[in-house]
Design a binder for this molecule. Structure first.
Ligand code: FES
Length: 101
């Protein structure tokens, strides 16, 4: 997956934090311990999720758990709010709801 360091919020923990391995859409992505899922995704793939209502990509808005723009899916179907959830080793995240056409 292409790294997009120049998009999204600054990645403040990158220099000192240990790497955390996650997958996004079944592809390996490197995150950093202590960072939010939103920061990891914006830094690594440039967005957080695909909209359920259009072909547009969403990247979060408020960054503080208020706007609901950053809900994404885990491989088991559960949702999580990317801006208020820290990355954990082995997370399997999906940018699209798989049960949608
Ligand atoms: S970015 Fe607004 S709730 Fe996460």
């Amino acid at each position: 997956m292409a790294r997009k360091q120049d998009s999204g919020p600054p990645r403040l923990v990158v220099a000192v934090a240990a790497p955390v391995n996650i997958t996004v859409d079944r592809r390996p992505v490197s995150a950093r311990r202590g960072e939010s899922v939103l920061t990891a995704l914006r830094s690594e793939i440039g967005y957080v999720r695909n909209s359920e209502f259009s072909k547009e990509r969403r990247g979060g808005f408020c960054m503080m758990g208020a706007c609901q723009d950053c809900w994404i899916w885990q491989a088991d179907g559960r949702r999580l709010r990317a801006c208020t959830t820290r990355v954990e080793e082995g997370m399997q995240l999906m940018t699209t709801r798989e049960d949608l056409p």
